[in-house]
Design a protein around this ligand. Structure first.
Ligand SMILES: [Zn+2]
Length: 232
């Protein structure tokens, strides 16, 4: 009687060889309003706050609701007029805005909460973790704790010179880039120090991206903007 062992070993070998070299467990994604509601009932900090409702003086230019983004086409419904952050991040952003307003400045929001399915779509288009988040991990935007923003002058609403625009994927956008004009460095520093003062963390590669700490506390979400808007 022949032992099955050699063929079993061969099969295991083949399976091992055909498996991806780097396996990443897929993060759990919350797709239902009901389960988000239960999560909020357990912890009020999980609530998603519509930013302009909370901070009416904010400016929005939701780039992914238009073609004016690095993909060149809308990634959100073009009628999107709302955006969200979890409660502690929204409250902190309100304090940032108040402090800036005293200096004749304000915030313009380019993006905040981003449904996970949009991150999947970015990944299918770009597929490079230097530029887009890997959906297997989920991003701070998917968790409702990351925001992309810049400074504007008041009352004109004119953007302050930050050296690059939004989603400018080069080292010029890095915080450590040290060949900027003094005024541009000072503008970036003002945004960073004010955001950090109220608890946000900066992201080295993108001067416009800030996030709230402890991402694992907040689940990855794939709930459309319109559904979130109707939640109480
Ligand atoms: Zn971002």
């Amino acid at each position: 009687m022949t032992s099955p062992r050699p063929s079993l070993i061969a099969l295991v070998f083949l399976l091992t060889q055909s498996a991806p070299t780097e396996t990443t467990a897929q993060v759990a994604v919350c797709r239902s309003r009901d389960s988000l509601q239960r999560s909020i009932e357990q912890n009020a900090e999980n609530r998603l706050v519509e930013l302009k409702t909370r901070i009416p003086s904010l400016e929005y230019e939701l780039r992914y609701a238009s073609s004016n983004n690095f993909v060149g086409k809308p990634m959100y419904p073009t009628r999107t007029r709302v955006t969200f952050l979890r409660k502690p991040a929204a409250e902190a952003l309100q304090k940032v805005q108040q402090e800036l307003n005293h200096q004749g400045l304000g915030l313009k929001i380019w993006d905040a909460y981003r449904p996970h399915s949009v991150t999947v779509a970015f990944w299918e288009l770009i597929g490079d973790e230097r530029y887009v988040a890997n959906p297997a991990k989920g991003s701070g935007h998917n968790r409702g704790i990351a925001v992309d923003l810049t400074l504007i002058e008041l009352p004109s609403g004119k953007e302050i010179d930050m050296g690059t625009g939004f989603d400018h994927f080069s080292d010029t956008a890095h915080h450590s880039f040290n060949q900027l004009p003094i005024q541009v460095s000072s503008n970036r520093n003002l945004l960073r120090t004010t955001m950090e003062k109220y608890g946000f963390k900066y992201y080295e590669e993108e001067w416009w991206h800030y996030s709230w700490p402890d991402p694992a506390r907040f689940e990855v979400l794939d709930i459309p903007f319109e559904k979130l808007k109707r939640m109480r």
